[in-house]
Design a protein. Sequence first.
Length: 242
Amino acid sequence: MYSLLVIDDDKVFCELLPGFLSPEEFELTWVHDGKDGLERALGGAEEYDLIILDLMLPGMSGLEVLQHIRSRMQTPVIMLTASHKEMDRILGLEMGADDFVTKPFNPRELAARVRAILRRTKHRVDRSPKLSGAERIVIGDVELDSGSRVVRCNGQPLELTSVEFNFLEMLIKSAGQVVTRDQLAEKVLGRALSPYDHSMYVHLSSLRKKLGHKFGGIQRIRTVRGVGYLYAQPPQPIEMGQ
């Protein structure tokens, strides 16, 4: 069973949400205040698999709550907002939100996005150790371990959100080949991109900053205009003859 924390002052929404998330599959906890929600997320005895966080909250804004959460943990966060300002969504994604949903929305869409993110972070729920299926990839100065979901760059661990990790994993497994925007959206975000959806760009921009834009003089993640993205293979050293 998945454990979800919902931080939203809309009590009607909180009462309706269980109707779209099966009680056999999800256990929901509601908090209607930003400060109380942060305290529950960080200091509660329960470890949550995903947090649904409203942007506008009494006590503390959703962005402030997100900032504190991201400084302590990498639990997936879906943010909700009644604002149609693109900058609010971009700022939330840059601060580490995994997804953004604008109110009003179809609750089934939110449920679908929750399930899509949880499918990609199943390791957080299935905590039994796995000895098979794990894969370790090293390209240049980047090491990615799909089993532990740890990424190191130049030997130092990187703090990536779940979406950033999944983007990197998909790109690095196809290093040297173009991965289309549609493939990335379907596999990582669990949805098709709308014409004005810039979430992929924001996630990849944050990932580039954390990795460093270049290695060995070449751009790590190249944009192939009109197609998608490519994780570049670093140049191989030339061995000099004796």
